[in-house]
Design a protein around this ligand. Structure first.
Ligand code: SF4
Length: 333
């Protein structure tokens, strides 16, 4: 039997290249080896955006379409929407009852989110009960499939520690070994910065979307930061100090491309504008088939509906099995 992995994303709308390189590419590989459950965490979106739900449903669909276009195969992986699995909410109640408050307070994900909200003074009053329960809900997301492993980056290992602690506590309290302690499955994906050199993010307006057109991609790439010391094309360049464009070359170019760009830049034979134009073409080529597939799903919404419906139904079967065992172990009526 294959090991189970579970992972989820918040419905942030159309995904960007950071999501593709840092998460989705890895999922595509994992689906050949594991029983995979990939969810759109729309309840988690409500922990901070409960007053801004106008686009929530469409944002969930955008995420699913980006996954499908990028190669997540609904015949290999189970794709679902979190809020369509009520079993997660019930498990969240049981786990909430056995989780000491101090564990929740020290959870790094929650600490980060509270910090961000507090920094925005106007949002200080928005720290709500649902947000404080975030670490337990995340644990319910994982434990509802009794997952063996969670794909994470090295900086996220501590974020699933609470889930392992809650699983251990459940097993101790109810004298069972039912719940597995989900282990982190480290990925070594490429990290890509935004066009301005900061973390890539929709809200920073520095991203390239998976679904951007070739024209938009070409236009955006022209804003990428280069070697700030260069003024003229003939100035000798320093690719390692080219803050964004050369980093993108190292991600998207092949060995030959990278070496040509480096040499021509260092010798003052390559202008930054031409260099970025060429880079835009390389990125567009890489995402050509993904964008064609995405267009197909955009034009065929009934296929997306069916994938969500059947994935959610499969996820619920597994969730119901786990929940039934949990109720039994606790001694619920
Ligand atoms: Fe960067 Fe290319 Fe300009 Fe060199 S020529 S600084 S690699 S954009």
């Amino acid at each position: 039997m294959r090991e189970i992995i579970m992972s989820a994303m918040r419905p942030t709308g159309k995904l960007h290249l950071g999501h593709y390189l840092g998460v989705i590419q890895n999922w595509v590989k994992l689906q050949d080896k594991y029983e995979c459950y990939f969810g759109v965490a729309d309840w988690h979106a409500l922990t901070t955006k409960y007053d801004n739900t106008e686009n929530l449903r469409q944002d969930c669909r955008e995420v699913i379409m980006d996954w499908l276009a990028s190669g997540i195969d609904p015949d290999k992986s189970v794709l679902y929407i979190q809020s369509l699995i009520p079993e997660i909410a019930e498990l969240n109640i049981y786990l909430g009852m056995i989780t000491p408050e101090s564990w929740v307070e020290k959870d790094p994900t929650l600490k980060d989110m509270v910090k961000i909200l507090r920094e925005k003074e106007s949002n200080a009053q928005q720290l709500n009960y649902g947000l404080l329960g975030y670490p337990v809900l995340m644990s319910a997301d994982i434990m509802i499939f009794n997952a063996d492993a969670i794909p994470v980056g090295i900086d996220q290992v501590a974020h699933i520690e609470i889930t392992r602690d809650i699983a251990k506590r459940f097993n101790n309290l109810y004298k069972t070994d039912f719940f597995k302690e989900a282990k982190p499955l480290l990925n070594n994906c490429s990290l890509i910065c935004g066009l301005d050199g900061n973390k890539m993010g929709k809200s920073f307006n520095n991203d390239i979307k998976i679904s951007d057109t070739e024209e938009i991609t070409a236009k955006k790439i022209m804003t990428a930061i280069t070697d700030r010391s260069r003024i003229k094309k003939t100035d000798l360049g320093h690719p390692d100090e080219c803050e964004v464009a050369f980093k993108y070359w190292q991600i998207f170019g092949d060995e030959h491309d990278i070496s040509v760009v480096r040499n021509e830049c260092e010798q003052g034979l390559r202008g930054c504008a031409d260099c970025k134009r060429q880079l835009g073409c390389i990125i567009n080529e890489k995402f050509k088939s993904i964008r064609e597939r995405r267009k197909y799903y955009e034009e065929n919404p009934e296929i997306v509906d069916e994938i969500i419906k059947s994935g959610t139904a499969k996820a619920r079967i597994k969730a119901q099995q786990v929940l039934s065992k949990v109720r039994d172990l606790i001694g619920m009526y």
